[in-house]
Design a protein around this ligand. Structure first.
Ligand code: ZN
Length: 348
């Protein structure tokens, strides 16, 4: 019997488990919300988890950060390292990578392009804004989460057509103007509730990808407190938002209105284009090229890579060409023709 039998037995569980197995997650921040999240993601067997956290374990983390122990705090071990040690003891099919680093403008785009969904579990506003900017530039979806005192929140910004963080919070607060775990404290229940809310949004997203009405799951805010319980609202869209124009990354708008064929994405070092092929056809065509390519088909994206960069394809037809291949539009056009054929680029 499969280790994952009990989740495969749920309604639609076989299909969900398969998507779960292919899912590649980047977890930014492995603290009060990130540790129970990572524990559950590895326990339930996602395909690949990268943990990014530049902080070290402290004694005051231990009451809520479920992957850490006394000796991690005594030895001031990097959270990413301690989390990896703990998660590897769970076993199972998940491949785990731990990076004891911060998210920076230099590493963000390349990290995003290697994953299907980004989970923001940092309590750091500049990091959240960087996640939002990079998500807009690369088209990779993300879920925000936070907990403080006895309150929690989770919000999904998932393609296609999701508004951005600025649509929800037009003027993000200054880092010093809001409370922190140091000033207000935080209860374990708030962290666990935030982690649960993220898992709920993620599960709903993976389930909805077969349903035409799934878009509503891509823009949801779950907010709660111990006293008041939880409320769920739809993420507002600001049509005048100067960052996303109210969901500018929506595929249908780009395809019909902007008629973009190949365009350079600012900040991301990559070229965006549109393909007229589904994943099965892409896999067949890439397969003809032999073993020179590393091909990885995930639940959200299909990635083909050689030593000069990668082609990352999404279900809605969008594709990114990164690395040296993505430095110039002409390089990207040649790559697509060579790897997938002259007829692969979408026609308008
Ligand atoms: Zn926006």
């Amino acid at each position: 019997m499969s280790r994952y039998d009990r989740q495969q037995r749920t309604r639609g569980g076989q299909q969900l488990d398969e998507r779960w197995r292919q899912l590649r997650i980047l977890l930014v921040g492995c603290g009060g919300v990130g540790t129970p999240l990572a524990q559950s993601l590895v326990g339930s067997g996602i395909g690949f988890l990268t943990i990014l956290d530049g902080d070290r374990v402290r004694e005051t983390d231990l009451h809520r950060q479920t992957l850490f122990q006394d000796r991690d705090a005594q030895q001031s071990v990097a959270k990413a390292t301690a989390a990896l040690r703990s998660l590897e003891r769970i076993g199972g099919r998940t491949r785990i990578e731990a990076l004891p680093d911060m998210l920076t403008p230099a590493n963000a785009a390349s990290l995003f392009c290697r994953h299907d969904v980004i989970l923001d579990a940092t309590d750091h506003i500049p990091a959240r804004l960087l996640i939002d900017r990079t998500a807009l530039a690369t088209g990779v979806g993300w879920i925000h989460s936070a907990a403080i005192s006895d309150r929690w929140v989770a919000a999904s910004f998932l393609p296609p057509g999701s508004p951005c963080y600025h649509c929800w919070v037009p003027e993000p607060p200054q880092p010093d103007s809001i409370g922190s775990c140091e000033s207000e404290g935080v209860l374990p229940v708030a962290c666990l509730a935030a982690a649960t809310a993220v898992l709920r949004l993620l599960t709903s997203y993976l389930r909805s990808r077969t349903r035409s009405d799934g878009a509503e799951n891509t823009r949801t805010i779950i907010r709660g407190s111990v006293a008041a319980g939880e409320t769920i609202v739809t993420l507002p869209t600001d049509p005048d938002c100067r960052y996303c124009s109210g969901g500018k990354i929506e595929s249908s708008r780009l395809r019909s209105a902007d008629r973009v064929h190949l365009r350079k994405l600012c900040g991301a070092g990559s070229i965006e284009t549109w393909l007229d092929l589904d994943f099965d056809e892409i896999e067949v065509r890439l397969g003809r090229l032999g073993k020179s390519l590393d091909i990885c088909r995930g639940s959200v994206s299909l990635r083909a890579e050689d030593e000069n960069g990668a082609l990352i394809c999404y279900h809605d037809g969008r594709a990114l060409i990164t690395g040296n291949h993505g430095q110039k539009i002409e390089n990207a056009r040649t790559l697509v023709s060579h790897w997938l054929g002259e007829d692969a680029l979408a026609r308008y």
